[in-house]
Design a protein around this ligand. Structure first.
Ligand SMILES: [Zn+2]
Length: 358
């Protein structure tokens, strides 16, 4: 399974799809899900919704959600000298922008560029991180007309050029968009495994859009599906790097997928996992001897935050893939992905038709 997951992860993360611009990656995901699900469709919003039908009547509906969109930029202005100015889409810190290669998705195809800002003029300035507004993209155009000739327009999406890499002894992977193509990968691989199984649930494998700007795709997909239970698959912070105290690490890579207890404790859109969903995940991991970690995340959230507030409330949980350097050049361990697929598949197989959350 590891080899197949690596190759799928490479294809998914090398595809481009800033929030609202997921068409390209959506096509890849559609064709993958089509091979394993009983039905697949793309809704008006761009969400790809697949279904594995239950083997029994009156079975509960279980929604699995991973988001296809990635953080990135949108061109907002081209100046007379041909430099591009942008707005961010999703959580982007200026500290990751220095000398960052990017791809501008223009009307004539991809245009290479480099992000930078003016050099500091004083020693004090050299020690400060400039505001996001100070950065611009240099596409090598000598003026506005030449930039436009390259096909660059206001409104074009921009993705970071951080190629898929295999590190260490082969299990450590790096990419621009494990958030959340790894979740999409886990859902595709789970639908593939379930294709040969009889299950007592209608399983909706959903690859949704626009999570990074506020879980918008998952919100409409959940309304349509009206699930009885949901599990999101997304990345979480792995703080197992120099300078982070053990108690603040949240998770470690290679120690198994994380089962979420809570995220976004600051009052924003977040989730406290439903105790029965969380217990189902924990007991499945224990029974199947799948390594796992518990996750309490102080900030950030996932699609489950939107899904669990749908209609009369949807009991929800999250399987998280521990990831270092979230929202920059991200690193994870493929073993955690393999184990997440095992955990999600085994959990769904344990769901009984008469599951009760009260
Ligand atoms: Zn995410």
């Amino acid at each position: 399974m590891e080899k197949e997951i690596k190759s799928l992860l490479e294809r998914l993360t090398e595809a481009h799809g800033v929030s609202g611009y997921e068409m390209g990656v959506g096509k890849i995901v559609y064709h993958e899900l089509e091979k394993y699900a009983d039905s697949v469709e793309t809704d008006n919003f761009g969400n790809v919704i697949s279904l594995k039908k239950a083997s029994v009547k009156d079975a509960p509906k279980v929604m699995l959600a991973g988001h296809m969109d990635e953080i990135g930029l949108i061109v907002k202005h081209i100046d007379d000298k041909g430099f591009l100015f942008f707005e961010k889409v999703g959580g982007i810190s200026p500290r990751v922008l220095f000398s960052q290669p990017v791809v501008v998705h223009g009307k004539k195809g991809p245009v290479s560029g480099l992000i930078n800002c003016k050099p500091p003029e004083t020693p004090e300035e050299a020690n400060k991180i400039p505001d996001l507004k100070a950065f611009f993209i240099d596409v090598g155009a000598k003026n506005k007309a030449e930039a436009e000739k390259l096909g660059v327009r206001i409104g074009d999406s921009v993705t970071f050029e951080r190629p898929f890499k295999v590190l260490g002894s082969g299990n450590i992977l790096a990419s621009k968009a494990f958030d959340d193509r790894v979740g999409v990968c886990v859902i595709i691989e789970t639908m593939k495994k379930l294709a040969k199984e009889k299950v007592e649930a209608n399983v909706y494998g959903v690859a949704d859009v626009q999570e990074e700007v506020g879980c918008r795709g998952a919100q409409v997909a959940a309304y349509r599906i009206a699930p009885n239970m949901a599990i999101a698959v997304d990345i979480t912070l792995a703080g197992d790097i120099p300078g982070v105290a053990e108690k603040d690490q949240v998770t470690k890579i290679g120690a198994g997928p994380a089962i979420k207890v809570m995220d976004e404790a600051g009052g924003g859109l977040g989730l406290i996992s439903h105790p029965k969903v969380r217990e189902l995940l924990v007991s499945t991991a224990e029974e199947e001897k799948i390594p796992y970690q518990m996750e309490v995340l102080p900030r950030g959230s996932t699609d489950a935050a939107a899904i669990h507030l749908t209609r009369e409330g949807v009991p929800s949980g999250v399987i998280s893939i521990p990831t270092r350097y979230a929202h920059s050049y991200e690193i994870l361990d493929v073993n955690d992905v393999v184990n997440a697929v095992k955990l999600l598949t085994a959990t769904i197989k344990k769901i009984k038709k008469n599951i009760n959350f009260k």
